[in-house]
Design a protein around this ligand. Structure first.
Ligand code: SF4
Ligand code: SF4
Length: 449
């Protein structure tokens, strides 16, 4: 039986909604991008964890070398993803929106590896949880959901508190195939990473989630030796937004509601990209300096799955993909809730896909709510988006929260399905952004409503 959740949109029946079918990228092998002329590396690789440069303009660096550190030892260092010369240190917008220092490194294209990298020499069985956390921290292994964060901190908090490790071997939407391809092409690293995390968390078994009919992937995993009781396979229906960890856990357990706070009490969820990074940090001592992405979309003549150094520019990726059509729109993730990007966007840990879409003329059509309830039946959070959006529009944030604002997983489906063209999603996002900035003020103000 394939698992799923109530609400959402089936991907296969809605290819027009998510225009580039995964069927394309799914069948394309990863390739290494041509070396970029330079990379731009942010001192904020993990959300709100900001380092200071430890190198200066003119220094020569190599792949995996530390180029930034924080005084707080629980913050992972920042590493160089290429070998070459530091040409500039400049202020740019970081992950969390603040201005942070970025180091620009001119790539000498020699890919010289830093000679201070330290692979772990004991076997996984003889490695302690503390040692695994230290390896993850030293090598800045990143967990990507909901925003790039330190996996070491996540695992340290989870030790003794979670009873399931869930590993996603599927992708966020129909245009990305990173996790599927990584598990297919590199099963050894994926299973090695899972073993390490099970050891750190003192768990005996991981739940491996694939989409239905992923037989080729399962065959690839079966070529690796591991205790059979270590992995428990579950299939899910290809549905949007299964990529969201809260929705996924809700689908797997059929118990927990999609509400902030309750979701992660017993579960830790990672994807194949994180599992590979864990294994590389352990086995070769390589920090997390490589990113895997899918480039696809209805204006992309040939989709690609690419591995590239963190800090590569989107412009270089597009030029490598022979893309030169300026009438398209670029997104990361998908067209429903994906973030628009430009050629100047730097590929950091928050990006796992570039979607090149034909320019669509935005419709200005907005009519009154007809109470059709499409937004309600599609909402995976089982709330009434129209009620939440109505309260938000009248600045009644406390009422919006009572109506389920906090449970919204920001999938964007409500706006997508609304036949009246109501901007439900943008209303909700505005309220969430305001709450993230000044949560107390919002609560205080709303009490007066
Ligand atoms: S964006 Fe939020 S309110 Fe809208 S459908 Fe998704 S979860 Fe529901
Ligand atoms: S989908 Fe749009 S028109 Fe239908 S109930 Fe929701 S807000 Fe109203």
């Amino acid at each position: 039986m394939a698992y799923s959740f109530v609400g959402g949109q089936k991907l296969r029946k809605n290819r027009s909604m998510l225009p580039w079918s995964k069927k394309h990228a799914k069948f394309i092998k990863f390739e290494k991008i041509s070396p970029p002329s330079h990379v731009t590396i942010s001192m904020e690789q993990h959300w709100r964890e900001i380092c200071s440069p430890t190198v200066k303009v003119g220094d020569t660096v190599s792949v995996g070398q530390v180029i930034g550190r924080a005084t707080d030892t629980i913050i992972s260092p920042v590493h160089s993803s290429v070998s070459g010369k530091v040409t500039e240190i400049t202020q740019m917008q970081g992950l969390s929106g603040k201005q942070v220092e970025h180091i620009i490194i001119q790539n000498n294209r020699k890919h010289t590896t830093f000679n201070g990298l330290t692979p772990h020499t004991s076997s996984i069985t003889n490695t302690t949880a503390d040692e695994i956390v230290a390896i993850l921290r030293r090598n800045a292994v990143t967990d990507f959901w909901p925003s790039p964060q330190s996996l070491a901190n996540k695992i340290e908090t989870a030790i003794g508190n979670v009873d399931r490790l869930v590993v996603k071997l599927f992708d966020s939407d129909s245009n990305t195939a990173v996790n599927y391809r990584l598990a297919l092409e590199n099963p050894q690293a994926v299973i090695g990473g899972i073993k390490l995390l099970l050891k750190a968390l003192s768990l005996r078994r991981a739940i491996i989630v694939t989409e239905i009919k992923s037989r080729t992937l399962l065959r690839s995993l079966s070529t690796i030796e591991y205790p059979k009781e270590m992995l428990f396979f579950i299939e899910i229906k290809p549905k949007y937004p299964h990529y969201d960890n809260r929705v996924l856990i809700s689908a797997l357990t059929k118990k927990e509601n999609v509400t902030i706070g309750s979701m992660f009490s017993k579960s830790i969820v990672i994807d194949a990209q994180t599992a590979v990074a864990v294994y590389q940090a352990f086995s070769i001592g390589m920090p997390h300096v490589e990113r895997f992405i899918t480039v696809s979309g209805d204006a992309c003549s040939m989709p690609k799955n690419l591995s590239l150094p963190i800090g590569t520019s989107t412009k270089h990726v597009l030029s490598y993909c022979s893309y030169n059509n300026s009438t398209s729109t670029l997104f990361t993730s998908n067209r429903i809730n994906g973030r628009p990007i430009t050629e100047n966007t730097i590929i950091d840990s928050s990006i796992n896909s570039i979607l090149i879409q034909k320019e669509h003329i935005a419709s200005n059509f907005v009519a009154s709510c007809t109470n059709c309830a499409h937004c309600v039946t599609n909402c995976p959070a089982r709330i009434s988006p129209k009620a939440v959006a109505r309260h938000v529009k009248s600045d009644k944030i406390l009422r919006a929260r009572k109506a389920g604002l906090d449970s919204c997983v920001t999938c964007g489906l409500c706006s997508k399905v609304c036949p009246s063209g109501l901007p439900l999603f943008s209303n909700i996002i505005q309220a969430k952004q305001a709450m993230a900035k000044t949560p107390k003020d919002i609560d205080d103000a709303s009490d007066k409503n």
